[in-house]
Every structure is written in structure tokens, then in C-alpha cells.
Design a protein around this ligand. Structure first.
Ligand code: NDP
Length: 347
């Protein structure tokens, strides 16, 4: 049985976690603050680099405190931080939280360089705090149902997967993601990392190599890709094709796995919402997989909270965050060099 992490686990064992939110962000406002509260957690403070924005954000979201200083946030009586600043800031903020003995739920991509992500995971391990990556899709009932179907042999030997994750980046998010290379912009670090995690989760195996082409379709700034297509080879020889974009307003999302005895066709499932359906097609026809939709972010926070209490692991660990980044970085390298690139997470 997993041991409770040291950090602040004992204090947290009988109640919901007390959280600090690092970054006055859209994702926290739209999903994570609600998810924390639904698991019995309390949002104690929010950190923003801008005092006025932080104050307004705290007021709008019913958070008692705001601060410009990470040290001040970490000095509050909190058990955990949710780090959702722009990607180049995740590393320093994670290291500071670990040093303060505070558990870390960090957004993807964990960092911009693999070595930094390794440092983050190692620091949390050394400090005895839980570290998780907020890959939401593996929390979706649709993907859990697909994973179970693959693992129980419902499609025979899995041979191919296809990921359709081309979306339209809404105007309110058309900021750093498409303009600021230093912040880790571009569709690959934003969306392909999620494909990587979901493929690993559903297939239960690791990617070994990738080839890809990126595109600048008119939204991304100079040198920043807003579309990508590629192919990933997995350990078993399975090939996975993926298509990610910020620029397609009318494409449908989907996730398919095709095996020797059947195919799983997931539609409308690459999303933050608990929607989508999965159909198993085989010799006996078409059968909808039964599952109960569940809020993805609530499940992520609940599993994180359990891990802090020594029950199980987070939905996606720090190591999972390293692995998804490794594939995304291989995709970027392949697009740059025009070659197949090995996926090397260094784990
Ligand atoms: P936002 O663009 O909403 O926020 C990022 C940063 O931008 C904030 O930390 C904030 O700085 C600054 N900012 C926010 N609003 C303003 C504003 N009006 N004017 C000036 N600056 C502003 O980011 P997202 O919420 O879209 O993404 C944050 C992180 O979460 C990223 O790492 C992203 O990859 C990840 N993400 C993950 C998702 C998932 O499902 N797992 C989904 C969406 C995002 P400050 O904090 O200093 O105020």
C-alpha cells in the first residue's frame, strides 16, 4: 500500500486539502477552482504577477487572499499548490513549492526542456511531496472505457490509433499560446502533449519514435506552429496518427484504436467536457461502450488528494508528464529536421 507522502499529508488526512493557486488563469477559473471545491478542498490564496488582476480574480472567484509573491502564498497554511502559469514558469514554482514541503499539481507541459521536468520530479521526490501532471483526458470515462476494452482484448491485437484533436483556439486564449515562444507556445506543447498522454494511457504501452510536419496556418506568430500532423510508432509496432490544430473551427474531435478483431471509435471525446461516446465495431456489429460521464478535473483533484493521503497515485504522475513532454519534443524535432526522431524520456 502506498505510504502517505510526508509534506503536509498528516494535517490533510481528515479534511479536504487547502490549496494555493499559482497563476490567475483561465483554466483555474473555468475548471479547477470548482473541482477543488467539489472534492471538499479550500482555495486559500491566488498568486498573480499583477496585484490588481490578482485581487480582482480573488474577488470574482471567492478566494480570500491574493498575492504577487510565491513565497507569501507558500507561507500560508496550505497543503498543495495548483500551478497553471505559462509553461516557462512551472519549473521554478514547482521547485519552490517542493522546498516548502507543499504538494504539487502542475499543468502540462511540465516545462520546456526535459531536463527541467526531471529536476521538478526529483525535487518533489526528495521533498517527499506528491507531484502530479494535470493531464485531464485520462480522467475521462470515455478513455477509461477504451483502455479497459483494449486491455481485455476486445479488439484483439491493437494495430493502429488515430487521434483527431484539431480545434479552434477561442479568441480569449489567443495570447501567449500563439505569440510567445519563450512561454512555450505552439500547438505541439499545448495539445500534442495531451495526445501523447492519452495514447499511452489507452494503449498501455510507450511510444518509441515520431515523425511529423508542423504548419503555420495563419494564427501562430513568427515561427510558432498552429497545426501538426504526425505518426508515432509504439513498442509493439502499433502506429498512431495524430492531427492537432488551433485553426479549425469545424473539425470533429475523436480517438480511434483499430485492432485485429475490432475497432474502437471515440467521437467528440478530446475535450475538457465530460461528453463523447465510444463505439466498438466488430464481427457482431456496433456496440456503444457503457460508461457514466464524470467531471475530468474533479477526478484529477480527487485522485491527487487521495495520493496525498497515501491512497494510490495521482491520475497522471510527474513521470507521466515527463513522458508526454518527451513525445511532444520528439515531434517538434522531427518537424524541424525532417527525420524520424526517437522518443527518449530518460526514465
Ligand atoms: P491563461 O492565459 O489564462 O493564463 C496564463 C497567465 O497569463 C496567467 O498566469 C496570468 O499571469 C496571465 N494572464 C491571464 N489573464 C491575463 C490578462 N487578462 N492580462 C494579462 N495577463 C493575463 O492560461 P490558461 O489557463 O489557458 O493556461 C495556463 C496553463 O494551464 C498552461 O500551462 C496550459 O498549458 C495549461 N492548460 C491546461 C489545460 C488542461 O486541461 N490540462 C487546459 C488549459 C490550459 P498571472 O498569473 O501572473 O496573473
Amino acid at each position: 500500500m502506498a505510504q502517505p507522502a510526508s509534506g503536509k499529508s498528516v494535517a490533510a488526512s481528515k479534511r479536504g486539502l487547502r490549496w494555493g493557486i499559482v497563476g490567475a488563469t483561465t483554466i483555474a477559473r473555468e475548471w479547477m477552482i470548482g473541482a477543488i471545491r467539489e472534492t471538499g478542498g479550500e482555495v486559500v490564496s491566488v498568486m498573480s504577477s499583477d496585484a490588481e488582476r490578482g485581487k480582482a480574480y480573488a474577488e470574482a472567484n471567492g478566494i480570500p487572499h491574493s498575492t504577487r509573491s510565491l513565497a507569501t502564498l507558500l507561507a500560508k497554511d496550505i497543503d498543495a499548490v495548483y500551478i497553471a502559469t505559462t509553461n516557462e514558469k512551472h519549473k521554478a514554482q514547482t521547485l519552490a513549492a517542493a522546498k516548502a514541503g507543499i504538494h504539487v499539481l502542475c499543468e502540462k507541459p511540465l516545462a520546456l526542456k526535459l531536463a527541467d521536468a526531471h529536476r521538478m520530479v526529483a525535487a518533489c521526490k526528495e521533498a517527499g511531496v506528491v507531484m502530479a501532471t494535470n493531464h485531464h483526458l485520462r480522467n475521462a470515462a470515455a478513455f477509461r472505457a477504451m483502455r479497459d476494452a483494449v486491455a481485455s482484448g476486445k479488439i484483439g491485437k491493437p494495430l493502429f490509433a488515430r487521434v483527431f484533436h484539431a480545434v479552434y483556439l477561442p479568441p480569449h486564449l489567443q495570447g501567449w499560446r500563439i505569440k510567445d515562444a519563450k512561454a512555450g507556445s505552439g500547438v505541439v506543447m499545448d495539445i500534442t502533449v495531451h495526445d501523447a498522454d492519452t495514447l499511452r494511457f489507452v494503449l498501455g504501452e510507450e511510444p518509441v519514435a515520431a515523425t511529423a510536419f508542423t504548419q503555420q496556418g495563419g494564427m501562430g506568430g513568427t515561427g510558432i506552429e498552429d497545426g501538426v500532423m504526425g505518426v508515432v510508432r509504439f513498442e509493439s509496432g502499433l502506429l498512431a496518427q495524430f492531427h492537432d490544430a488551433f485553426t479549425t473551427a469545424y473539425a470533429k474531435t475523436g480517438f480511434e484504436v483499430h485492432g485485429s478483431e475490432g475497432s474502437l471509435i471515440g467521437t467528440d471525446c478530446m475535450t475538457q467536457k465530460p461528453v463523447g461516446e465510444v463505439v466498438l465495431r466488430n464481427a457482431s456489429g456496433e456496440h456503444k461502450l457503457p460508461f457514466e460521464p464524470e467531471n475530468l478535473y474533479v477526478r484529477s483533484v480527487a485522485n491527487f488528494q487521495n495520493a496525498v493521503r497515501g491512497k494510490g497515485t495521482p491520475s497522471a504522475t510527474g513521470e507521466d508528464g515527463i513522458r508526454s513532454m518527451a513525445l511532444a519534443l520528439a515531434v517538434l524535432k522531427s518537424a524541424k529536421t525532417g527525420r524520424e526522431v526517437a522518443v527518449e524520456p530518460g526514465l
